[in-house]
Design a protein around this ligand. Structure first.
Ligand SMILES: Nc1ncnc2c1ncn2[C@@H]1O[C@H](COP(=O)(O)OP(=O)(O)O)[C@@H](O)[C@H]1O
Ligand SMILES: [Mg+2]
Length: 829
């Protein structure tokens, strides 16, 4: 066919053939025929066949004109374009189906001036269109020609199918009109576009139009190519993966391995169903499962999604325990686990009672405050047991990052939920007793404030939709019973403190410890070591000895530890075959536990000059501190030792200044201060000490040294002192007085401003200690210092005799008056 379509540019038949004025017309459907173009046509319509017959019987010339609509079967004059091409029929072939195939060659353009007849074929009168010869070849025309040729090549490189012969011919044409015609008939333009070009008589104009169409076509082609390339790339990747995966499957099948992936997805799906997630959570789980399904199973992202799904599945969305609301039974469980602690037990039983009457209650948040080892944690555990709930415990000590409470976002590498959600998961139910230990040790820094996150956890108004950053879906914490614990109340942020109901566990006296050890600790330790009371028996005096000489604390941690040590020793002996009865007494206790670690301080000290007993408040409860002062020849210096903090040092200096200012009243010669150096030491030097509350104790020790008067034994004191001798209030009276009681102190001097705190002290403390509230340092000295020369075993020194004279005689009387006043006040309450 290629030869039929090509034309020979050198053939210039136009000159030889004269075109008649009247000619048969062949309407063509889907092609526009140009001069010089040779092409085959298939003809089927009756009118068309007749027209061909007519042409063949004369000069073989015929007008080929395109009809306006392709599918018009019987076009009339109006349906045919008036400009067409006169062609000569070069060959004719009758096809078996009745149609005719002709080969035509275009000769010249002509316009139909008149339709002469339309039956049996169209006959028209035409006038030839004169195309002015070759135009002047200007630079513009030259450029246009070159451009068109380049575009043509460009098109081919973009994948347009054009026969190579056409390209060669085009390359050799210099006539813009003929170049335009050639290209138009070979690049597959639409019929309308081709007709438009045919009708343009100016050859340069025609080529410009062609140029325009070429540009458009190239643009189209390049976009098309881009789309194809992309589609192909995508296809390649998918196909490759698919191919590899199929291969993998085949290999696994060959090896007898199951399709783990499908199995995993199915397993997760059924677990999600079983987890009974709330309506807000389920869609998220399903979404993540769908994502996982689409991912490559070994990708890092898939493992993140998998871990997340497992967290969602493991959360106890709908798992709960039913509360035991039997008050007498709860009471007996609490008693079974703990001695005394009546106030706390009562509070728990109240909680239970309310719970019994009102199902959906906003639980109080209890806060147990007290030194270590007083039973805070074990009480929490016991509450859970009494309620029939699960128990979880987290420690907030040293938590500085909000994310530790609330979790990290999942975008974070290695992200995990916060401790609250972890605790709930560990509990396995959504209504456990949840203990947060050491809430007073919560920190905060640049990583956000954990206490604000904690506020949200503990707030009954908003904790029903607590959102952990990792889970990213709300979790209902409103059924959790939160209990917090702290050693000290002061460091707890006030916003948190306001939410909580504080219950104090101040510590135990020796007698109480003895009871607890006998009833709870010893039986438990015996059992844990597999021995019975028949083998090991420890009478009360021995236990008391253990408590006083081997431990020194508000709580029971070390008591329990020492008892465990004792049991261990005996268990070993038994295991080694020395199967006999062991009796531990005060006399042989050291054989089991080694030499005593502590000597009760009061026992240790006799009535002395320069040693005053103070009360300190520490993390582990209250404690006694002894302040020793001594003077030696010197130049009025003051040395302080025993790891004292700045506040305590200043407090010592203030005490010193106060004593100097009172020298006259106390009967101290002014020169004494200048001629002596003073050394104040606070023993137990390894333990750092600070705070202003030892002020009056220091002043007392100093006064004792300078006046050489003895400080009363069995008296302890606490209070800050000012330069003018006023006594200011202190904190931690509860713990301090427990320590005093344990140490066998009888009287405690306290600041007047702390009198109100006495109300809250445990009854046993109030019963056994005499509290003496004071406002001024003078009162302290009157109470604490014995009259000069009194209380000494041997009072033979010359100094004492001298002092005796200096001390005003009325001192003793005044002291009595003060004490009477105190007693009155106390009995009035
Ligand atoms: N009142 C008590 N009755 C019986 N055992 C007690 C009592 N108080 C404390 N204990 C025991 O003392 C030990 C230390 O208590 P723990 O709960 O760890 O103290 P905390 O949490 O306050 O530091 C535990 O074995 C506990 O059972
Ligand atoms: Mg604890």
């Amino acid at each position: 066919m290629s030869d039929e379509q090509t034309i020979d540019p050198k053939e210039e038949k136009e000159e030889e053939i004269t075109i008649p004025e009247e000619i048969p017309l062949l309407p063509v459907r889907d092609v526009v025929v140009f001069p010089f173009m040779i092409l085959p046509l298939f003809v089927g319509r009756e009118v068309s066949i007749r027209a061909i017959d007519e042409a063949l019987s004369h000069d073989r010339l015929i007008l080929l004109s395109t009809q306006k609509k392709v599918d018009d079967e019987e076009p009339t004059q109006e349906d045919i374009h008036s400009i067409g091409t006169v062609a000569t029929i070069m060959r004719m072939l009758k096809l078996p189906d009745g149609r005719i195939k002709i080969l035509v060659q275009g000769l010249a353009k002509a316009r139909i001036s008149r339709f002469l007849s339309s039956r049996p074929f169209f006959k028209v009168a035409i006038e030839k269109i004169q195309e002015g010869g070759l135009p002047e070849v200007t630079v513009e025309v030259e450029a246009l020609i070159r451009n068109v040729k380049e575009q043509l090549e460009n098109m081919v490189s973009l994948g347009k199918m054009i026969l190579p012969d056409i390209l060669i011919i085009a390359e050799n044409i210099d006539d813009p009109g003929r170049l335009a015609d050639l290209i138009t008939s070979n690049i597959g333009l639409k019929v309308d576009q081709a007709q438009e070009i045919l009708e343009l008589t100016d050859s340069v104009e025609r080529l410009q139009k062609v140029n325009e169409y070429l540009s458009k076509e190239i643009e189209l082609l390049s976009v098309q190519q881009k789309i194809q390339a992309e589609a192909k790339g995508e296809m390649d990747k998918i196909q490759r993966e698919y191919f590899l995966r199929e291969q993998l499957k085949a290999i696994q099948k060959e090896l007898g391995e199951v399709d783990e992936r499908a199995e995993e997805i199915n397993e997760l799906r059924s677990k999600i169903e079983k987890a009974k997630m709330p309506a807000k959570v389920l869609p998220e789980a399903e979404k993540q499962l769908r994502r996982l399904e689409k991912m490559h199973p070994d990708s890092a992202e898939a493992s993140t999604v998998r871990t997340y799904l497992e967290w969602l599945i493991d959360m106890p969305w709908s798992k709960t325990t039913r509360d035991v609301l039997d008050i007498p039974k709860a009471r007996s469980i609490l008693d079974e686990d703990h001695y005394d602690l009546e106030k706390v037990k009562d509070r728990i039983l109240e909680y239970l009672s309310v719970r019994k009457l009102k199902k959906k209650m906003k639980g109080p948040i209890l806060c147990f405050v007290g030194p270590p080892g007083v039973g805070k944690t074990s009480l929490g555990r016991s509450i859970a047991r009494a309620l029939g709930r699960k128990f979880v415990r987290i420690s907030l000590g040293g938590v500085r990052d909000e994310a530790e409470i609330r979790g990290h976002r999942r975008t974070y590498v290695g992200a995990l939920p916060g401790r609250v959600i972890q605790g709930i998961k560990q509990a396995g139910t959504h209504n456990p007793v949840f203990m947060m230990d050491e809430i007073d040790k919560l920190g905060s820094d640049f990583r956000g404030d954990p206490s604000s996150a904690l506020l949200e956890v503990l707030d009954p108004e908003q904790n029903n939709s607590f959102s952990d950053h990792y889970l990213n879906v709300p979790f209902d914490l409103s059924n959790v019973m939160f209990i917090t614990t702290a050693n000290l109340l002061d460091p707890i942020p006030s916003a948190l403190r306001d939410r909580m109901e504080v219950l104090y566990l101040p510590g135990y006296t020796h007698e109480e410890k003895l009871k607890i050890a006998r009833q709870y600790l010893l039986p438990r330790q015996l059992e844990e070591h597999g021995i019975t009371e028949k083998i090991l028996s420890i009478p009360d005096p021995a236990i008391l000895d253990l408590i006083t000489h081997y431990t020194q604390e508000a709580g029971l941690r070390n008591v329990e530890r020492e008892i465990a040590r004792l049991c261990r020793k005996v268990a070993r002996q038994v295991a080694e075959g020395k199967d006999r009865k062991y009796l531990v007494t005060t006399n042989n206790l050291h054989k089991f536990l080694g030499p005593p670690k502590f000597l009760p301080e009061v026992e240790l000290e006799d009535n002395q000059v320069g040693v005053a007993t103070g009360l300190a408040w520490t993390q582990s409860g209250g404690d006694l501190i002894f302040i020793e002062a001594t003077k030696m020849k010197g130049k009025g210096g003051l040395v302080l030792t025993g790891q004292l903090g700045d506040v305590m040092k200043e407090s010592a200096q203030a005490a010193m200044s106060f004593i100097r200012s009172r020298s006259h009243k106390l009967g101290i010669k002014e020169s004494t201060f200048a001629q002596n150096d003073i050394h104040v030491h606070v023993p137990a030097g390894a333990i750092p000490k600070d705070g202003p509350s030892a002020g009056i104790t220091m002043a007392t020790a100093l006064a004792s040294v300078f006046t050489d008067r003895i400080i009363k034994k069995s008296l302890a004191m606490t209070g800050e002192v000012t330069l003018r001798g006023r006594v200011l209030p202190i904190g931690g009276l509860r713990e301090k007085s427990m320590a005093a009681l344990r140490a066998g102190i009888r009287q405690v001097i306290i600041p007047k401003k702390n009198e109100k705190d006495l109300l809250e002290l445990p009854p046993k403390v109030k019963k056994n200690l005499e509290f003496i509230p004071v406002e001024r340092m003078d009162e302290v000295l009157d109470i604490a210092l014995l009259p000069a020369g009194k209380g000494r075993k041997k009072s033979t020194s010359r100094k004492t005799a001298v002092r005796k004279k200096a001390v005003p005689a009325k001192k003793g009387a005044k002291k009595k008056a003060v004490r009477k006043k105190t007693v009155k006040k106390r009995s009035g309450k």
